[in-house]
Design a protein around this ligand. Sequence first.
Ligand code: AHR
Length: 509
Amino acid sequence: MSDHVVPAVINLDVPGPVISRHLYGHFAEHLGRCIYGGFYVGEDSEIPNEGGIRLDVVEALRALNIPNLRWPGGCFADEYHWMDGIGPKADRPVMVNTHWGNVEENNHFGTHEFMALCELLGTEPYISGNVGSGTVKEMSDWVEYLTRDGDSPMVRLRKQNGREEPWKVRFWGLGNEAWGCGGNMSAQHYAAEARRFGTYCRDHGDNKLYRVAAGANSADYGWTETLMKQYGELGCAYRPTHFMQALSFHYYTIPGTWQDKGDATVFDDGDYYATMVKAAHVDELITGHSNVMDCYDPGKTVGLALDEWGTWWNVEPGTNPGFLYQQNTLRDALVASLHFDIFHRHAGRLVLANIAQTVNVLQAMILTDPDTKALVLTPTYHVFEMNKGHQDATSLRVDLRADAPARQVGTDTLTTVSLSASRKDGKVLVSLSNLDAEQPADVDLDLRGGTLADVRARILTAGKLQAHNTPDAPATIAPRAHDQVTATATGLRVHLPAHSFVTVEGRLG
Ligand code: AHR
């Protein structure tokens, strides 16, 4: 037993809001080796593929039950013209990816390839439309091309390209980071654009669109307020829900500066705690944006979407600075587990979240070796897998009966034990993170309103926070069974070694 015993109460029979499975969404941008070399290797590759899509990547990701995949950007989305990515590959024009490395983009991975990828993954597409350099007609046509049945100019074009049936595409982003790479717009200007683009993105047949307006950078609550005011001002003739169903914001965990963000694998305890303080800050941001939204939409009809989040480090030495390729350690895993606890607590307003990004870019699930083509699952991958039982589960509030252990980090206080819980299909899942770099902790789960049977626990940890997986040592950090869970008079005592993530699952009795 450790010095730190954290008494936590969970009322198993008091349901909170449902945790949208879409909080476990992903992001695939035409950036570095995310699409080309990551998801897509082309039909002629010696790597097993279907229509050019890497099957080992698909198989690994299927284990995560990915609920939605955002594409084609990011900043890339606002210079992408979808018609360049349909039809015979040999005829597709080459463009320059000016945001990411100034490299040539041959458009071989386009709309049909993305939809095929979503089908292989069993995930919903989330398409970011081009507001920055595109036209309203272009986005409207894209929606028609993908989702309309019957006959129309876009339907004919789709059929000409080999697809008879329309697809279902619910999620549409109205641009990306309109305050920056998406057009350098003011909030007022963007709100007008979002109304126009949102209006002409139509529901075709029973494909009901869920339009996500491009939102704020971090703590720009003024942006959120401007958009929410517009939402309310549209009046009775035009139902306001027509132009946006959700509003996004982006927040990255960067302990350093934009010029020197810090190294992914070389860091000390001071750097580690600074990272966790930055990660924990997302709680304040979600609260801030939610509070603004509550003023204009107390009924919570507009969802909040954090459609880019994760760690952002200096690129790995020797790699293209425009490709954002970084390693991923136990520290990244704890950033992810902390985010999920916070997301679960905000499940009433937060409906969608997308980690940036799925393969080979920023806080990735999978890293592929460009030379050997080997695939490595990162520590962050394992957090997504261990937590997948929370998707669409009913959240259960966790109340601490005493102060949780904390560390002073400069002027900030970091609470070092974090928990969240949910129930679904007669099972309860509790996630517990010990963020302390050195001290173990014990959590006494005081379970009220029910009991748990067939308890099973798993742990993700390693000897040091810098631990990571490589092609030569792919399982340096991977989940294993955790036997340090014991029954108490009122529930369970869970031992958490320093810097560890534990999930406890049991059948509800
Ligand atoms: O995820 C990388 C980039 O970060 C995205 O393209 C952009 O939206 C954000 O600034």
